[in-house]
Ligand binder design. Structure first.
Ligand SMILES: [Zn+2]
Length: 282
């Protein structure tokens, strides 16, 4: 079995007995997954001891961890206090990730709020820099900020913008986290291997092979409107289809981690893994 691409759920698997982060990680191993994203989307609420405990379980079971920062972040907020609150959310996620041994921390960068992207970019760069400075001050090392490709057209974080952030800060500090369902919903519908190859080639060209050796991405089915994402749905919807992406990764030799954000987080992570493995047999 190829483990060059690792699969895992966005959060504690639904069928985990005695639900906890540590038990969720052990359950991932039991059902044959190799990754898990720890969700802090409603706030960072894990103490150091619990983080370290869960981190140990992950290490023992060969599960690689990442985190998802709170939804309340806006790195291009109009008001300074909101920018500072965003820095706090990001740095406390980074702190928990450091204790967990997790990276990257996935971030929904912000909202344009009817302003030009260039105006928002200045504020985003400033906020990300504040986060990196504060992480350095607290000696939080080895945790990368993962700028997610966001699903709504009103949100900062199209493919070009997250590539730009990684270029500006360097891949050791900021990496692009492509959510293919979001791309499908807000930019261009993904159907064929060529559609996916165009995305991968853009990243390769801008960021080099390092970006393709250790990618971190999200995948699920998605329903959408003209404004972009509406909601995540099971991968059996084939909207977008996963097999052509698996094929595109094989062509380009991409390796990394896929976090499944469908409502069936662990069952669909296994379904994606199966598609990936079958792609290898062709
Ligand atoms: Zn997200």
């Amino acid at each position: 079995m190829s483990d060059s691409v690792r699969f895992g759920p966005a959060g504690i698997p639904i069928d985990t007995p005695e639900r906890s982060t540590a038990n969720g990680i052990a359950y991932c191993q039991k059902i044959g997954l190799q990754a898990m994203e720890v969700e802090f989307v409603h706030g960072v609420n894990m103490k150091e001891e619990k983080c370290r405990e869960a981190g140990e379980v992950a290490k023992k079971n060969g599960i690689s961890l990442s985190c998802h920062a709170p939804y309340y972040i806006n790195c291009c907020a109009k008001e300074r206090p909101k920018m500072h609150a965003s820095v706090n959310y990001i740095v406390s996620t980074a702190q928990a990730a450091f204790w967990l041994g997790a990276s990257p921390i996935v971030i929904h960068t912000g909202f344009y709020m009817k302003r030009p992207a260039s105006e928002c970019r200045k504020l985003v760069l400033e906020t990300y820099q504040m986060c990196l400075d504060e992480m350095e001050k607290r000696k939080i090392r080895g945790v990368v900020l993962g700028a997610e490709l966001t699903g709504k057209k009103s949100a900062y974080g199209c493919l070009d913008e997250i590539i730009d952030l990684a270029q500006h800060f360097g891949l050791k500090n900021v990496m692009p986290v492509i959510d293919y369902a979001h791309y499908h919903a807000r930019e261009k519908q993904l159907k064929t291997k060529e559609d996916y190859l165009a995305v991968l080639e853009k990243v390769d060209k801008a960021l080099g092979s390092e970006a393709s050796r250790h990618f971190h991405c999200h995948f699920s089915g998605i329903e959408f409107t003209d404004a972009g994402e509406r909601n995540h749905i099971p991968v059996s919807s084939d909207s977008p289809p996963f097999a052509p992406l698996a094929a595109a990764w094989k062509v380009n030799g991409w390796e990394g981690t896929v976090i499944c954000e469908s409502p069936l987080i662990e069952k669909d992570a296994l379904a994606l893994q199966k598609i990936w493995q079958n792609e290898g047999k062709r």
